[in-house]
Design a protein around this ligand. Structure first.
Ligand code: ADE
Ligand code: ZN
Length: 335
């Protein structure tokens, strides 16, 4: 349809994609065999079995349990490069112009993988995408909420040199939400503000499975300028007002929410409420290999559910560019 080609052509920015979540079953099994990684007992044995498993997550934790095992096939610098390069190519073919992508350093360092292996691998793919595909890129490191704070603080200290080199541009917080309130990580964000370069981005997953109190805490204790997911903010009009006034971007992930049973259907996403209250948001894929769609599929799912106008889409696309961490000349290119 004309709307579909309009959305395909629309210059898109992605602010919420975990590079480890772009690990397609085909590449996962290929790397397992290349690296002689033995997957645990009970883990799906074929691409078909694994794909089937991805279509039946009970909730966030059920996904995370599989996601952390999946990343164990990533061992060498080339593996991290291949992973990110496949994602960047695919997203580029769907009209991706700018990406701020997450990675989970503790998901690798806890398994004994060197920091340089992870960073150099990702960086090779990102710099290649800038040169060959014309995509602008930023890398954001996420701390895992289910691990002890001391582990996260040590990780922040260990990765500080990469921030200083300009190879990592922001800090995020992901993994298990329920039971891990943002307040727990106050010290980490304070460390970042005192030790990482000026202009680094601070964001956090909040209000995905958790209620608006998680969003409120992320703003209050972590002083984030962006919220990943954040869809449960709509339950609290005071928070909605704060988000609009402070121009806090929500990085919404429709197909993720559906697969993790946060919503029964994409039509339950608070798209109209966000548009009407002036809270900026972008549309993102989260873990596209696991959730059945890359960035364009997420745009199309929203369009199928809401039948938005071209004017609505221009608002969404402009907010997505405006709230990106890129300089004004690049923003002008993308408007
Ligand atoms: N890690 C990867 N994807 C995530 C999500 N949707 N929520 C929390 N942690 C994650
Ligand atoms: Zn996420």
């Amino acid at each position: 349809s004309t709307m579909e080609s309009f959305l395909r052509e629309l210059p898109k920015c992605e602010h919420h994609v975990h590079l480890e979540g772009t690990l397609e079953p085909e590449l996962l099994f290929k790397l397992a065999s290349r690296n002689n990684v033995k997957l645990p007992k009970g883990y799906p044995k074929t691409v078909e079995e694994l794909s089937y498993r991805y279509e039946h997550f009970k909730d966030l934790q059920d996904f995370l349990d599989l996601y952390y095992v999946g990343m164990s096939v990533l061992q060498k610098e080339q593996d991290f490069e291949d992973l990110a390069w496949e994602y960047l190519n695919r997203a580029h073919s769907e009209g991706l112009e700018h990406v701020e992508c997450f990675f989970d350093p503790q998901g690798h360092t806890e398994r004994g993988i060197g920091m340089d292996v992870v960073i150099h691998g990702f960086r090779n793919a990102l710099t290649r995408a800038e040169k060959e595909l014309g995509i602008s890129t930023k890398l954001i490191m996420c701390l895992l909420k289910h691990l002890p704070v001391a582990n996260s603080l040590q990780t922040m200290k260990d990765f500080k040199p990469y921030y200083q080199k300009g190879w990592i541009h922001g800090l995020g917080l992901d993994s298990t939400e329920i039971g891990n309130l943002p307040e727990k990580f106050t010290e980490c964000y304070k460390y970042g503000r005192e030790n990482y370069p000026e202009g680094s981005l601070y964001t956090s997953h909040a209000g995905e499975e958790g209620g608006p109190e998680y969003v409120e805490q992320a703003l209050k204790y972590l002083k984030v300028s962006r919220i990943d997911h954040g869809i449960h903010s709509v339950e609290d009009p005071v928070i909605m007002k704060t988000l609009a006034e402070r121009d806090i971007l929500l990085t919404v992930c429709p197909l993720s929410n559906k697969r993790l049973q946060v919503v029964d259907d994409v039509s339950e996403e608070p798209i109209r409420e966000l548009l009407e209250s002036g809270v900026p948001f972008s549309i993102n894929s989260d873990d596209p290999a696991y959730f059945g769609g890359y960035i364009l599929d997420n745009y199309l799912a929203v369009q199928n559910a809401f039948n938005l106008s071209v004017e609505n889409w221009i608002t969404i696309a402009r907010n997505s560019v405006r709230c990106s961490v890129i300089d004004d000349s690049r923003k002008k290119d993308l408007y």
